[in-house]
Design a protein around this ligand. Structure first.
Ligand code: BEZ
Length: 254
């Protein structure tokens, strides 16, 4: 996934929704036996394994060594490798590149699309889902406003996420020679595990970049304050949800 460091045990234990929601994206991929497919940003490998069930030759790649080590121990028969989505190469052209919940971590979308285009056969497909424009909008606004309250200058510079609109991303794909046959942006409010600890867990796992410069004491005060800001909108009956908004695209290399 991204350059940030990952606690894969907590990731698998508390955030299984990441790949559980991604299963419906596999229908858009429609992998077939014998196809060559890369799962870009495979994390701990759950969706790579689902793709392998189709009989396709799949390789999972991820920039995180921790994710790849866990993926390899989860699925010993599947090929996984550490590789950067902005700079990966394949030995033989691919039928498809699949990517779930990772492209929002990479702020150089042109570099990713360039690599994907080079890796695909003509007619090969790029099937991706990630955070779209407005994704986790309430959470991001709360983080930015609390960091300002805590005296940080230009907190936006700490934002690790890239959430494009459909128009912006489709144009990038077209500029790289793809036909964009399908592109949607949709709200997907996502229940978080862990009851009253759900938002703190989510922030610790996914939004640490915003809080990286703070001492442990200030950090914990900032997270409490973010929770307080979000409670009216995202906490109900003892459970938190996150205001996810997804972009899905299917693009074919001409
Ligand atoms: C997402 O899947 O949309 C996402 C996850 C973590 C942080 C930001 C976005």
């Amino acid at each position: 996934m991204s350059q940030q460091s990952w606690n894969t045990a907590l990731y698998e234990e508390q955030h299984a929704f990441v790949w559980q929601y991604g299963e419906s994206l596999l229908k858009l991929l429609a992998p077939k036996a014998g196809e060559r497919i890369v799962d870009l940003g495979c994390g701990t490998g759950q969706l790579t394994a689902k793709i392998a069930e189709s009989g396709a030759f799949v390789q999972g790649i991820d920039s995180s060594l921790a994710m790849i080590s866990t993926a390899k121990s989860n699925y010993i028969d599947i090929n996984f490798a550490v590789a950067d989505g902005r700079n990966f190469h394949v030995e033989e052209p691919l039928d498809a590149v699949f990517s779930n919940a990772v492209l929002h971590w990479i702020k150089e979308p042109d570099a990713v699309i360039n690599c994907v285009e080079k890796a695909l056969k003509p007619g090969g497909r790029f099937v991706a889902e990630f955070g779209g424009k407005g994704n986790v909008g309430a959470i991001a606004r709360a983080l930015l406003s609390v960091l300002s309250e805590f005296g940080l200058k230009e907190p936006e510079s700490l934002n690790p996420w890239y959430f494009p609109s459909i128009g912006e991303y489709a144009l990038l794909l077209e500029n790289h020679g793809f036909d964009v046959g399908y592109a949607v942006l949709f709200d997907r409010p996502t229940p978080l595990e862990g009851g009253s600890a759900g938002m703190v867990n989510w922030i610790e796992m996914f939004a640490g970049g915003f809080l990286s410069g703070l001492s442990p004491f200030v950090r914990s005060g900032a997270i409490d304050r973010v929770e307080e800001c979000l409670r009216p909108a995202l906490y109900r009956d003892g459970n938190w949800s996150a205001d996810y908004r997804r972009i899905r695209v299917v693009a074919v290399k001409k």
